[in-house]
Ligand binder design. Structure first.
Ligand SMILES: [Zn+2]
Length: 199
């Protein structure tokens, strides 16, 4: 886990500019104790609105081929440009987790998947996200390049390019998948795969 600084407002520094003003009345929020809560909160002194800041859910899949390999994309956008990750993205307010998994996978790889078991659920405090990773069966579509990807290709459990995997949560999800399907294989040392950017 990378070091994370929770500064003004009790949130990571990059998030602080987004939580300065009341979204209901526009007054400046204050961070401190409020009645009935056991921790400091951002609240509006003008209208009383309490601004709860919570992590967002990132929905990802590990699309598995007929031969038991996982399809990864080489990212064409920052963060992690040129590195490998599984398809995924933020859950939208009007969709279910399962629908998001299918949509993000299709958008980023061209593949149609059927999400199955959850490989894992991963908190990443510096990015204020929780990442869920589904194992997913490929049921249609064709791998394609998108504006977000340079390449899409399958990797066997013994072929994961650990040093070039973009995100800490991707390393953790792929490690959990490999440990499940090929418990005989060595896994990367978490201290060597720590990533400072993104999720
Ligand atoms: Zn207000």
């Amino acid at each position: 886990m990378s070091e994370v600084r929770f500064g003004r407002g009790g949130v990571p520094d990059w998030l602080e500019p987004m939580v300065r003003f009341c979204s209901r009345c526009g007054a400046e929020l204050e961070f401190g104790p409020i009645g009935g809560e056991d921790r400091d909160r951002l609240a509006c002194p003008a209208c009383g609105f309490v601004f709860y800041v919570n992590p967002r859910l990132v929905v990802t899949t590990l699309p598995i081929t007929d031969t038991g390999r996982v399809m990864l994309i080489r990212r064409g956008i920052e963060p992690g440009y040129g590195m490998w990750a599984q398809p995924g993205g933020f859950l939208e307010i009007d969709e279910t987790v399962r629908d998001a998994a299918i949509r993000e996978t299709r958008e980023e790889t061209g593949l149609v998947v059927e999400p199955g078991a959850i490989v894992g659920l991963y908190s990443r405090l510096p990015a204020a996200v929780v990442v869920v990773a589904f194992e997913a069966r490929i049921v249609g579509g064709e791998p394609q390049i998108t504006h977000e990807s340079l390449e899409t290709r399958p990797f066997g459990p013994d072929e994961i390019p650990w040093a070039e995997v973009a995100f800490e949560t991707s390393v953790r999800a792929l490690s959990d998948w490999v440990a499940h399907v090929r418990p005989d294989l060595p896994l990367p040392d978490p201290s060597e795969t720590r990533r400072d950017f993104g999720a």
